[in-house]
Design a protein around this ligand. Structure first.
Ligand SMILES: [Zn+2]
Length: 290
C-alpha cells in the first residue's frame, strides 16, 4: 500500500526508508569512508543479505561498474514528499548489491519500481567488508551520479542530503538509528515551511515572527486577558503585538488555537538576544524558535 501524505490539496508519496531493519553501521560524515558526505551504511537485522525496497515509485537512471560497488541510481517518477515536509523529485544511490543484472533487465523493459517494491540487496560489491547497503538520497531529478572527490577523497551522490530529512520510517525496525532525527509519516509537517532568508542578530528589528503550534489539551484557552499563552511564547505575548492568532490563517484573531494549522504572528519587534546553541531568539522578553 502506498504511503502518501496530502499537502495543499495534492497527494504525494512519502520517501520510505529502503530497508526493513535499520542498523546503521556508518552514518553521515563517518570516520571509515563517509568523511565529509551524507551517506548511510545500512546492515539490516544481521550479517546476512536482506533486500532493499524502493523508497517511492522510481525509475532506473544509471549504474557504475562492479569494481565501484555496482552503484545504481534511480529517480522518483513524480515529485514526492520529504520527511522535512518539502516537495521535490528525489534521486537515490544504492551501492554494494552483488548482482544488479536483475534490476537492469527490468529497467530495460521500462519497468517502474513501485513504492516499497523489493528490487535489490545488501552485498559486498566494491570495497565493502561486510554485507550492507550504502544509501544516499538527493533532492531533485537525476543529473549526474557523483560529486567529488572531496578533500578526503570521498565521492557522494550529487546534491545528497541527510537521509533523515528525506525518509520516513513507518514499518521499519530501528536497531541503530545513529542518533538521527527519524520521523514517521504522521510526524511530517505539511504546514508552511520556514524560509531562511536572513540571520537574526541581537538588536535587529524583525518584520514579523510567526510561531506554528500543534494541538495539545487546553490550547483553545490560549488567548486570555489580552495575551496569547502558548509554551512557545513563554509568559504570554500581548495581543497588541500580534496580527494573527488562529487556526484559519486568515489574519484574524479566532480565539482558538487547537489544530496543527494554528499560527500566531507577532508584529515587528527587536531581537533582544540570540541563543545560537538552542537556535532561539528573545523577543518581548520571551525565547522563541526563529
Ligand atoms: Zn558507505
Amino acid at each position: 500500500m502506498a504511503l502518501t501524505k496530502t499537502k495543499d490539496g495534492k497527494t504525494y508519496e512519502l520517501i520510505r526508508f529502503p530497508m526493513k531493519t535499520m542498523n546503521i553501521t556508518q552514518g553521515n560524515n563517518g570516520q571509515y569512508s563517509h568523511q565529509g558526505v551524507t551517506a548511510l551504511d545500512i546492515a539490516g537485522k544481521d550479517t546476512g543479505i536482506e533486500p532493499t525496497f524502493a523508497p517511492c515509485s522510481m525509475r532506473y537512471k544509471w549504474h557504475d561498474s562492479v569494481a565501484n560497488g555496482n552503484a545504481i541510481f534511480f529517480e522518483s517518477v513524480n515529485k514526492v514528499m520529504f520527511a522535512d515536509g518539502s516537495i521535490d523529485y528525489a534521486t537515490f544511490m544504492f551501492i554494494h548489491d552483488n548482482y544488479i543484472g536483475d534490476i537492469l533487465a527490468l529497467a530495460n523493459k521500462g519497468h517502474v519500481f513501485a513504492q516499497w517494491e523489493e528490487f535489490g540487496d545488501e552485498g559486498t560489491a566494491g570495497r565493502a567488508t561486510g554485507n550492507h547497503c550504502h544509501f544516499e538520497v538527493a533532492k531533485g531529478k537525476y543529473s549526474r551520479p557523483y560529486d567529488g572527490p572531496n578533500r578526503y577523497g570521498v565521492y557522494c551522490l550529487h546534491n545528497s542530503i541527510s537521509a533523515d530529512k528525506a525518509c520516513v520510517v513507518d514499518g521499519v525496525t530501528i536497531k541503530n538509528g545513529n542518533g538521527m532525527a527519524w520521523k514517521k509519516a504522521s510526524q511530517v509537517s505539511t504546514g508552511k515551511q520556514w524560509t531562511r532568508d536572513c540571520i537574526l542578530k541581537e538588536g535587529e528589528k524583525t518584520k514579523s515572527v510567526s510561531v506554528q503550534i500543534g494541538a495539545w489539551p487546553g490550547t483553545n484557552n490560549a488567548i486570555k486577558g489580552g495575551k496569547v499563552y502558548i509554551p512557545a511564547l513563554g509568559n504570554g505575548i500581548p495581543m497588541t503585538k500580534v496580527t494573527e492568532a488562529g487556526d484559519t490563517r486568515d489574519g484574524k484573531f479566532d480565539n482558538y488555537l487547537a489544530n496543527t494549522n494554528a499560527k500566531v504572528t507577532v508584529d515587528e519587534c527587536t531581537v533582544e538576544a540570540v541563543d545560537k546553541a538552542k537556535n532561539k531568539v528573545k523577543i518581548h522578553g520571551v525565547w522563541v524558535n526563529p
